[in-house]
Design a binder for this molecule. Structure first.
Ligand SMILES: C[S@@+](CC[C@H](N)C(=O)[O-])C[C@H]1O[C@@H](n2cnc3c(N)ncnc32)[C@H](O)[C@@H]1O
Length: 286
């Protein structure tokens, strides 16, 4: 019995390199000029906690720590790369602020992140996408060269890379801000020209885009330019009363089922608070 167990353990150890999970993406380092541009597009600063998914030699986390005072960690399946990244962090004097772990990116707890960086494939980004929507609203996601299909980025940049090892001599950088769920029905009251009016708006949200309809006093009001960026929501209402069009620009911060900020009515700002009376589902699976 002991002999059989010994043989099974030996076999397992002998084949462990083949049993280890294969990398979903090969190792290709992000060129330095692209690293800098990614950190800039992600507005990384000293208060940020950055996680690089598939961290290679650690350059993104190390640059964020050394140049911008951020903290963070990287994960990679390749133990040799993780050791290299640790050595690089030590020689750059940031080993306390830039850590590295041998770990599958799909098993990584990302809740601490305010910024996530990726240089993976589209297919990997898409597998990750549902878990990225579980992160704190406002978390920035910055990806080198690969997008997220129908989830359009909030910002995009092209960087010239004359000596790039594959493809055209340039890199694309995409940035998304994880949106809060603003979908559902919202109600509020507002004073316009001395009179009080009730409003309600129904938001249907797909990723960070909102489509919807609004009403006031039983009449439809045109809803335009609605969008969510992290916890911030903004939209415009164009309402017509007595042959006169009023432009109302709303902006506020969503906290649970309240939306609080200001409404600018024909150029005049006034405080604004709306309450969600019916929850909706944010669509993130197209
Ligand atoms: C294209 S390289 C990017 C390296 C680094 N982020 C950079 O931009 O320089 C992708 C890295 O992801 C790692 N990787 C691939 N699949 C992984 C997985 N499932 N979990 C963790 N790391 C993975 C690879 O070993 C490789 O180092």
């Amino acid at each position: 019995m002991r002999c059989i167990r010994f043989f099974s353990v030996s076999l397992l150890l002998a084949f462990s390199p083949w049993l280890a999970r294969a990398a979903d993406v090969p190792y290709v380092p992000t060129p330095w000029e692209v690293v800098d541009a990614m950190l800039k597009l992600g507005t990384v600063g000293p208060n940020d906690y950055l996680i690089d998914l598939g961290s290679g030699d650690g350059r993104i986390v190390i640059a964020a720590a050394k140049k911008l005072g951020a903290r963070g960690f990287g994960v990679d399946l390749d133990d040799n790369l993780v050791r290299t990244a640790r050595r690089n962090a030590e020689s750059e004097g940031v080993k306390d602020r830039a850590e590295f772990f041998t770990r599958n990116l799909f098993d990584t707890d990302m809740r601490k992140a305010s910024v996530i960086t990726m240089y993976l494939f589209n297919s990997v980004n898409l597998r990750l996408r549902p878990s990225l929507f579980q992160l704190k609203p406002g978390t920035r996601l910055v990806s080198h060269d690969f997008d997220m299909a129908k989830w359009t980025p909030d910002a995009k940049l092209t960087v010239d890379v004359p000596g790039k090892s594959y493809g055209p001599p340039s890199s694309e950088i995409f940035m998304w801000v994880v949106p809060a769920n603003a979908s559902g029905q919202w109600r509020w009251q507002l004073s316009v020209a001395g009179a009080k009016f009730d409003y309600d708006a129904t938001f249907e949200q797909t990723f960070q885009m909102i489509a919807g309809a609004a009403q006031s006093g039983g009449r439809s009001v045109l809803l335009r330019e609605a969008r969510v960026r992290g916890e911030s929501v903004s939209f415009t209402l164009m309402s017509e009363r007595d042959g006169r069009t009023t432009r109302q620009e709303y902006s506020g911060r969503i906290v649970g089922d309240t939306l609080e900020g200001q409404a600018v009515i024909d150029g005049v700002p006034t405080p604004w608070r709306a309450t969600r009376t019916r929850a909706g589902r944010m669509i993130i699976d197209i």
